[in-house]
Design a protein around this ligand. Structure first.
Ligand SMILES: NC(=O)c1ccc[n+]([C@@H]2O[C@H](COP(=O)([O-])OP(=O)(O)OC[C@H]3O[C@@H](n4cnc5c(N)ncnc54)[C@H](OP(=O)(O)O)[C@@H]3O)[C@@H](O)[C@H]2O)c1
Length: 328
C-alpha cells in the first residue's frame, strides 16, 4: 500500500509518499481504506522521534481516519464491507489502509464527507474526555479552554457550550478571536496582549473558574492554581510551554484543587472503548444534526503532507488541517 513514510532522523527528517506492507486484521479488528486523515501535534513530534508510538503500534504517523471498511472479523462483526466509518487511531492514519479494533470506530454521519469526518476523531474525543470524563465539567460551571482556535479548542468550546458551561478561551490572533466568538465562547482573551490570569479574575469578579483545559504546562501552572476556585480541576493534556517549574502549593490545599494529566493515545483499549461508546451516544447525534461541527482550516492532498505539516508548525491555522487521498 502507499503511505506517508518518515525519511531521515531528528530535525532533518522528511515525509515522502512511499510503498510499505499493508496491515492485516487481528482478532476483533476491521481493515479500513483511509480516504482522509489529519494533522495533529503528535505527528510533528513523532516524525522527529520525540513521541514514539506505544509498544506494538505501527510507526506510520496519523491519529485520525475516515474511510471505508474493506475487511471485518467475520459474520459477527458489527460492520459491513463498504460501510463509511471514522475515528481516532493509535497510529497508521497516514497509510492507505489501517487496522482498528471494531469497537473503536463510529459510523460516519450521512451528511459528512471523508474530509470533515477526518477532522473530528482525535480533537473531539480529546475535548470530550478531558472536559467531561476527567474534568467533570457541569452545567453553569466556568471553564477556560486554551488555544480556542486550534483543533482541540474549537471542539472544546462547542462541547462546553452545548453542556451549558460558561466558556473562557485564549487566542493569539484576530482570526482566532473571530472563530471562538462564532462558536459561542463567552469571553475571548488574547494571551499575547493580555495576562489571562488577571483578565479571567477581572471577568469573574475575582471568583475564578471551575475547570481549565491546558496544553501549555509549566509556564501556566501557577496562574492556573491562581484562577481556579474551590474544588477546581486543572486538566493537563500537553506540555508545549515546558515540563518543569517551581509550584506555589498553598492554593492547591486551601481551594482543594485537583490536577489531572491525560493522553488519549496511550489510554487502555478498555477505557477507549468506554469513551467511544459514550461519545457515540452523547456527541455523534450533535454532529449528525449539525449542532456542532469540525472547523476545517485547509485540506491538502496527502502528497503535500510536508506543506500541511509546515502550516501546522507555523501555527497560522484555525481549526483542523486535513489530508485527503482524493485524486492522489
Ligand atoms: N493529551 C492528549 O490526549 C492530547 C490529544 C490531542 C492534542 N493534545 C495536545 O493539545 C494541544 C492542542 O492540540 P490542537 O490539535 O488543538 O493543536 P492546534 O490546532 O495547533 O491548536 C493549538 C492552538 O493553541 C494556540 N496557542 C499556542 N501557544 C499558546 C499559548 N501559550 N497559550 C494559549 N494558546 C496558545 C495556537 O493558536 P494561537 O496562538 O494562534 O491562538 C494554536 O493554534 C497540543 O499541544 C496537543 O499536543 C493532547
Amino acid at each position: 500500500m502507499r503511505a506517508v513514510l518518515v525519511e531521515g532522523e531528528g530535525k532533518n527528517n522528511t515525509l515522502v509518499l512511499g510503498e510499505t506492507k499493508a496491515p492485516k486484521i487481528g482478532p476483533g479488528e476491521v481493515l479500513v481504506k483511509v480516504r482522509a486523515t489529519s494533522v495533529n501535534q503528535a505527528d510533528l513530534l513523532q516524525r522527529r522521534g520525540l513521541y514514539p508510538p506505544p509498544p506494538g503500534v505501527t510507526d506510520i504517523l496519523g491519529l485520525d481516519i475516515a474511510g471505508e471498511v474493506v475487511d471485518t472479523p467475520g459474520e459477527t462483526s458489527q460492520w459491513e464491507i463498504g460501510e463509511r466509518v471514522f475515528g481516532f487511531v493509535t497510529g497508521g492514519g497516514y497509510g492507505e489502509f489501517v487496522t482498528v479494533h471494531e469497537a473503536l470506530i463510529w459510523p460516519m454521519p450521512s451528511s459528512f464527507d471523508f474530509e470533515s469526518a477526518a477532522a473530528v476523531g482525535e480533537v473531539f474525543a480529546t475535548a470530550y474526555l478531558n472536559l467531561f470524563v476527567l474534568g467533570m465539567l457541569k452545567k453553569n460551571e466556568k471553564v477556560l479552554v486554551h488555544g480556542g482556535s486550534g483543533g482541540v479548542g474549537t471542539a472544546a468550546i462547542q462541547l462546553a457550550k452545548r453542556a451549558g458551561a460558561e466558556v473562557f478561551t485564549t487566542v493569539g490572533s484576530r482570526a482566532g478571536e473571530k472563530i471562538c466568538i462564532e462558536l459561542g465562547a463567552d469571553y475571548v482573551v488574547n494571551y499575547i496582549k493580555e495576562d489571562f490570569e488577571k483578565k479571567v479574575l477581572e471577568l469573574t469578579s475575582g471568583e475564578g473558574l471551575d475547570v481549565v483545559l491546558d496544553f501549555v504546562g509549566a509556564p501556566y501552572l501557577n496562574k492556573h492554581l491562581g484562577i481556579l476556585r474551590e474544588h477546581g480541576r486543572l486538566v493537563l493534556i500537553g506540555l508545549k510551554g515546558g515540563t518543569r517549574t517551581e509550584v506555589f502549593l498553598p492554593p492547591l490545599l486551601t481551594k482543594r484543587l485537583t490536577i489531572i494529566g491525560s493522553t488519549l493515545r496511550s489510554l487502555s483499549r478498555q477505557r477507549k472503548q468506554e469513551l467511544v461508546k459514550e461519545f457515540r451516544k452523547e456527541v455523534l447525534p450533535l454532529l449528525e444534526d449539525g449542532e456542532i461541527f469540525p472547523v476545517i482550516d485547509s485540506i491538502f492532498p496527502i502528497s503535500q503532507v510536508e506543506e500541511a505539516h509546515e502550516r501546522f508548525r507555523q501555527g497560522k491555522h484555525v481549526g483542523k488541517i486535513v489530508l485527503t487521498w482524493h485524486a492522489v
